[in-house]
Design a protein around this ligand. Structure first.
Ligand code: SP5
Ligand code: ZN
Length: 342
């Protein structure tokens, strides 16, 4: 399996996030991608290729130009307003407030285009964000050219980002952008299988009204876990999209037995949908030692996960998302890929 990787990811380094009332070291850090790459090379998964640079039009198929512009210019505006360090939002449009106009000041703008304060923008973040989307797009291109499986080693991750809001360590929704490219290039139906510990609220929202993309997500129950306000079992899609969204919220402490039983139900739904291509939002924060998550998967379960995805028999694009047990992240992520390859 080919891996797409860009060293540009290092250009995004969060100075920290608010966790449990304290400003703590960021969990989403550059070491993550490097350790996954090391493992890809150790097991000789296949060639590692750099991404191609795609036009911004491919990104604005999913995200609003205003949001993309904010990601590009926020840090310069932050500095111009006499700040230093990374740009953090601190206030958001709440119920009853105006969302029909974009705030002029940088603090307003950052809040308008985001939904949490764990996703800061540094002077060099944009280049990492754009390259991460290019890593996903290059994977999509290779799938279109006939590869049966590709690993897009994206960082920063993407599945929490919606059309116009970044958050949850995510800026651009790499999996959604890749999915749209696959459709633009001729695919009729794509299934997105999101196995990250957190609900892929951004991806769900992006495709919620559509029947050409089936979104399936297994994740920590939003009654207990971030993002708290989306990802419940009664969210089935709207309009044309009704029946094309399926959530499996699972409680803290979920082990492979329960997790894989939910996956089997999700896979059955995918088979019925009969997609041309499967996109896997590959988060490995379901691992038992993940520092911010509460599932109990072990190394071998990631291999078994890959084997199960393989049974679909479809061209498959793996897009890297979360996973914060850094010492084991390479083993867990690459086990899915080697499990898939058999
Ligand atoms: C891509 C991805 O996995 N994003 C996850 C974003 C999660 N951000 C909120 C983290 C909240 C952590 N909860 C407290 C854990 C204390 N040990
Ligand atoms: Zn996650």
């Amino acid at each position: 399996m080919k891996t797409i990787f860009s060293p540009d990811h290092e250009l995004h380094r969060s100075p920290g996030e608010l966790i449990l009332g304290e400003f703590s070291e960021a969990f989403e850090k550059p070491e993550r991608a490097q350790l996954i790459l090391d493992r890809v090379e150790d097991v000789k998964l296949g060639p590692v290729l750099p991404p191609e640079a795609f036009s911004l039009e491919q990104i604005t198929r999913i995200h609003t130009p205003g949001m993309v512009d904010c990601l590009k210019t926020a840090h310069a505006e932050w500095l111009a307003s006499d700040r230093s360090g990374a740009a953090y939002p601190y206030t958001w449009p709440a119920r009853g407030m105006r969302t029909d106009r974009v705030p002029r000041e940088i603090d307003g703008k950052l809040g308008f285009y985001s939904f949490d304060c764990g996703t800061p923008i540094t002077a060099t973040s944009w280049q990492a964000i754009k390259s991460s989307a290019d890593v996903a797009l290059t994977g999509a291109k290779l799938i279109n050219e006939g590869e049966s499986a590709v690993f897009s080693l994206c960082r920063p991750p993407g599945h929490h980002a919606s059309t116009s809001q970044f958050g949850g360590y995510c800026f651009l929704n790499n999996a959604a952008i890749a999915t749209q490219k696959l459709l633009d290039d001729g695919a009729k139906r794509i299934a997105i299988l999101d196995v990250d510990y957190h609900h892929g609220n951004g991806t769900q929202d992006i495709f919620y009204n559509r029947d050409d993309v089936l979104f399936i997500s297994l994740h920590g129950d939003p009654d207990q876990e971030f993002p708290y306000m989306l990802g419940f079992a009664d969210e089935f899609g709207l309009g044309k999209g009704e029946g094309y969204n399926l959530n499996f919220p699972l409680p803290w402490g979920t082990t492979w037995d329960k997790w894989s039983a939910a996956l089997d139900v999700g896979l059955k739904r995918i088979i019925k949908f009969s997609p041309d291509i499967v996109v896997v939002s590959l988060g490995v924060d379901t691992y038992k030692k993940d520092p911010i998550s509460q599932f109990k998967l072990e190394h071998e379960h990631f291999s078994a996960m890959g084997e199960k995805v393989k049974t679909l028999g479809k061209p498959t694009l793996f897009v890297m998302e979360g996973g914060y047990a850094v010492a084991e992240i390479g083993i867990n992520a690459v086990n899915v890929l080697t499990g898939f390859e058999g």
